[in-house]
Design a protein around this ligand. Structure first.
Ligand code: NAP
Length: 484
């Protein structure tokens, strides 16, 4: 099956920070792939902007290199690349200065979608928003896209929201969380709300617990100074993992409509209990496998920032009371694997004498690598010899299901940028959601800072600190193995 391409309107997309890492690795190669898919209609254009003084030609060469590096070889079509580059121009602009804005204004056209991607440090969001407004570059239909991190606590997130709200309405602001652009994450909503099968079981009566894991093998090398001010709680839990938790725990929205979906997610965040200190394990990776440990990478030998965190979280409402959500994320772990596992309860009564092979049903949603879903079910072990049970996966790898190889499944950034052009905010975080997530996160961080909590060490290439195992064991449960 070839995936359907939904047409979008003609657009002008201005990328601030067009020479940066994110633009080079994700945004520009992603746009090329959308061009190939026929989603850059008519005279749609991309305008790069950053301080570096360079010509259109020089910037196009940078984009050409980025495509060569980050687009699979099989999708690199020389003729298409030339045509795509022909849609690209560049304007040198300092977000905090005066030069370049008039030139950008002259490039704007009427009757096309105007989108402005702020792929720069959040400290520049306010400067850019103000100048876009003051120079009349953004109109009432323009959209702005802002990158993470959206604040580092409630106060800074509020301040950012206020700065943007001075010049743009909430319907114009697209706060990116690229996890929401993943095929599997959207499929989670389809599985829950387009099937009758799961919804009757989707509650604490039938679900024992939920595990959300985001494991990385890489450390923070190169980003140590930035990461040391953030840590796993701010970098992963407050945003990506919180969003995943919301999609699992939310009530069915009345319609697949941006505010209906986001209203339901917000209710989940507001229903989160505070987390007790004994329900949190923080860790830092040790040197090993030929690389330095966190303390060397962070460049602060006394750092107490966590590169790993595990928490037991409770959503306090009728649906979820009594079903804990266990979250864990970390760097330098044994494998790169992100998944959600929903473990169902035991059947109320077993009719089989020999229940030795019996295991719980588990719905596993894999986010990376190999996006897909697995439903672990019990069957009879084949062959004679009586009724013995075994667990098998009902496997749905998306690449197989789509009949495409994995390279054809659009990257999260590609989808999300096209949603911006379509004006669909469903997969973007609303300002009140972000603030509610920080309101839950702040006291947790404040508590360990007040206690002088030190993260536990864990071996590089392991599953994380010992105490994280205990977090589950003491409840009579265990983490799923981290594997690709
Ligand atoms: P980066 O590599 O440091 O690039 C920053 C970009 O901003 C460069 O193009 C830089 O170009 C431009 N810039 C800096 N100061 C400027 C100014 N005063 N006026 C105009 N342009 C300016 O950063 P990045 O990794 O691409 O990240 C960009 C944003 O995305 C950040 O908010 C980051 O947190 C977020 N993000 C990045 C990633 C990632 O994987 N890289 C992932 C998630 C979120 P000049 O120096 O030429 O001006």
């Amino acid at each position: 099956m070839v995936s359907r391409v939904i047409p979008v309107d003609v657009f002008d997309l201005v990328i601030f920070g067009a020479t940066g890492d994110l633009a080079r690795r994700k945004i520009l190669p992603g746009l090329y792939r959308r061009y190939l898919a026929g989603q850059m209609p008519g005279e749609s254009r991309i305008i790069g902007a950053a301080r570096s003084d360079m010509s259109d030609k020089a910037f196009r060469e940078q984009v050409r290199v980025a495509i060569a590096e980050f687009v699979p070889k099989a999708r690199q079509d020389a003729e298409a690349i030339e045509k795509f580059l022909g849609r690209i121009s560049y304007v040198p602009i300092d977000a905090t200065g005066t030069g370049g804005w008039t030139a950008l204004k002259k490039m704007m056209r009427d009757n096309v979608v105007r989108a402005f991607y702020f792929s720069v440090a959040p400290s520049l969001f306010g400067d850019i928003a103000e100048r876009l407004h003051d120079h009349g570059i953004a109109d009432a239909w323009s959209r702005i896209v802002v990158e993470k991190p959206f604040g580092r606590d409630l106060a800074s997130a509020r301040a950012l929201n206020e700065v943007l709200a001075r010049h743009f309405t909430e319907t114009q602001i697209y706060r990116i969380d690229h996890y929401l652009g993943k095929e599997t994450v959207q499929n989670l909503m389809a599985v829950r709300f387009a099937n009758i099968l799961f919804e009757p079981l989707w509650k604490s009566e039938y679900i024992d617990h939920v595990q959300i894991t985001v494991a990385e093998t890489v450390g923070v090398n190169g980003r140590g100074a930035y990461y040391d001010k953030s840590g796993a709680m701010r970098d992963m839990v407050q945003n990506h993992m919180m969003q995943l938790l919301c999609l699992i725990a939310m009530e069915p929205p009345y319609h697949f409509d941006p505010d209906a979906v986001r209203d339901e997610k917000l209710k989940v965040i507001r229903a989160l209990d505070p987390v007790a200190p004994e329900d949190i394990v923080r860790g830092q990776y040790l040197p090993g496998q030929g690389e330095g440990g966190y303390l060397e990478h962070s460049e602060n030998p006394a750092s107490r920032t966590e590169s790993y965190i595990a928490l037991k979280v409770q959503v306090s409402n009728w649906r979820w009371k009594g079903t804990p959500f266990y979250l864990r994320t970390g760097k330098r772990l044994r494998a790169r694997a992100s998944e959600i596992a929903i473990t169902f309860r035991e059947p109320p009564h077993s009719i089989f004498d020999d229940a030795k092979g019996w295991r719980e049903n588990v719905l596993v949603i894999r986010l990376q690598p190999n996006e897909g879903m697995n439903l672990m079910v019990m069957i009879k072990e084949p062959g004679p010899g009586g009724m013995r049970l075994m667990q098998v996966p009902l496997d749905m790898a998306f690449a197989d299901a789509l009949g495409a190889d994995a390279e054809d499944v659009p990257d999260a950034y590609e989808r999300l940028i096209m949603d911006v052009i379509r004006g669909n905010q469903t997969l973007f975080m609303r300002g009140d959601e972000v603030e509610a997530a920080w309101a839950w996160t702040d006291p947790i961080i404040a508590a360990w800072e007040a206690q002088g909590n030190r993260p536990q060490s864990y071996d590089a290439g392991s599953s994380g600190p010992e105490d994280a195992l205990m977090l589950m064991h003491r409840d009579g449960r265990r983490w799923r193995e981290i594997r690709e």
